[in-house]
Design a protein around this ligand. Structure first.
Ligand SMILES: [Zn+2]
Length: 93
């Protein structure tokens, strides 16, 4: 089982055209929707040891990026709430 950056199971697909016909690859099952990611990896790369480490690093980096973006949004919302409360406090004076 391969997990992609958005933590969903990757779908296993087979190339149907071009120079890689018949080669299998993993791709995010939700890659077409907005909540999916653009994770893509050849199956033979996935079972190659260095490919596996590369994939783990790639997935880890993506996960950290996503968490960071979410935290940034939360922080901005907190600041806005604090500013609103501060303004309400000023108007009451
Ligand atoms: Zn994904």
């Amino acid at each position: 089982m391969v997990l992609c950056s958005c933590n969903c199971d990757c779908g296993l697909y087979t190339t149907r055209q071009g120079e890689n016909t018949g080669r299998q690859f993993y791709r995010c099952t939700r890659y077409k929707s907005l909540d999916g990611c653009n994770f893509f990896m050849w199956v033979d790369d996935a079972y190659h040891s260095s490919g596996d480490i590369k994939y783990q690093l790639f997935a880890m980096k993506e996960r950290i990026n996503r968490k960071f973006r979410r935290n940034e949004l939360l922080l901005k919302m907190c600041i806005i709430v604090i500013i609103i409360q501060f303004m309400l406090f000023l108007f009451k004076m």
